[in-house]
Design a binder for this molecule. Structure first.
Ligand SMILES: Nc1nc2c(ncn2[C@@H]2O[C@H](COP(=O)(O)OP(=O)(O)O)[C@@H](O)[C@H]2O)c(=O)[nH]1
Ligand SMILES: Nc1ncnc2c1ncn2[C@@H]1O[C@H](COP(=O)(O)OP(=O)(O)O)[C@@H](O)[C@H]1O
Length: 205
């Protein structure tokens, strides 16, 4: 693919990309892995979700999330602007539809970092999406990471760990599992899967 205003695509010209979904329990390292991948490959496009959650220190509107209030989120749903949305640990999160479809139509690989419920909805509506589960090396390590991040109050951590048990039990619904032991290794594997996904679709057409 030729260079675009968003940068040079890592996708070879003879393959067509499709949607990749990355899910996994809170604290497993999804944001860290994606941030590392984008540092190495800034041209990889990540959908920016809308959320009713409050920003954490350092999070920027339009970069990490579109931070909206409940009324604005209601309007996004009512206007059909979300490809999918879900409630997670007391807040709502949704994927803006238009940007995702535009990127896919332009032939760019698209990455969504969303929860289990969202992954299931994407599987229903876009059957050729590839679903990747990011798993922790162990339960204790997940607890350590989530607690060590220091961004949530203890009761919020408890809610997220309860959700994590449900998410870990659903691992078999995903096409691929990556265990987040090394951020660098997982980021490399994730990018390879995104590109392999494209090649697989091309050859199966
Ligand atoms: N369904 C859905 N889930 C999302 C979306 N954006 C983020 N999430 C998920 O919502 C959950 C909570 O996200 P967040 O509050 O940022 O916490 P973190 O994942 O622990 O950093 C995570 O599982 C995210 O992957 C979205 O657009 N749709
Ligand atoms: N492979 C890893 N080894 C050790 N710590 C990690 C690893 N990946 C992420 N972390 C740390 O775990 C915490 C949670 O990571 P984060 O990316 O915020 O998770 P998520 O986006 O899945 O909620 C962060 O403090 C991060 O630095």
């Amino acid at each position: 693919m030729a260079a675009t205003s968003r940068g040079t695509s890592p996708v070879p010209p003879d393959v067509r990309p499709r949607l990749t979904v990355l899910s996994g329990p809170s604290g497993v390292g999804k944001s860290t892995v994606v941030a590392h991948m984008r540092k190495v490959h800034p041209e990889v496009w990540l959908s920016v979700s809308a959320t009713t959650r409050r920003p954490r220190p350092g999070e920027r509107n339009g970069v990490h999330y579109f931070f909206v209030d409940n009324d604005e989120f209601d309007k996004l749903i009512a206007n059909g602007e979300l490809l999918e949305w879900a409630e997670f640990a007391g807040n709502r999160y949704g994927t803006p539809r238009r940007a995702v479809l535009e990127r896919l139509e332009a032939g760019e690989p698209v990455l969504l970092e969303i929860d289990l419920q969202g992954a299931r909805l994407v599987r229903q509506s876009m059957s050729d999406a590839r679903l990747i589960f990011l798993a922790p090396p162990s339960w204790d390590e997940l607890v350590r990471r989530l607690t060590g991040r220091g961004t949530e109050a203890p009761e919020v951590i408890e809610r997220r760990l309860a959700a994590a048990k449900v998410e870990l039990a659903a691992e078999s619904e995903f096409d691929t599992t990556l265990v987040n032991t090394s951020v660098e290794d997982v980021a490399r594997e994730l990018l390879a899967l995104m590109l392999q996904t494209s090649a697989r679709r091309e050859s199966s057409d």
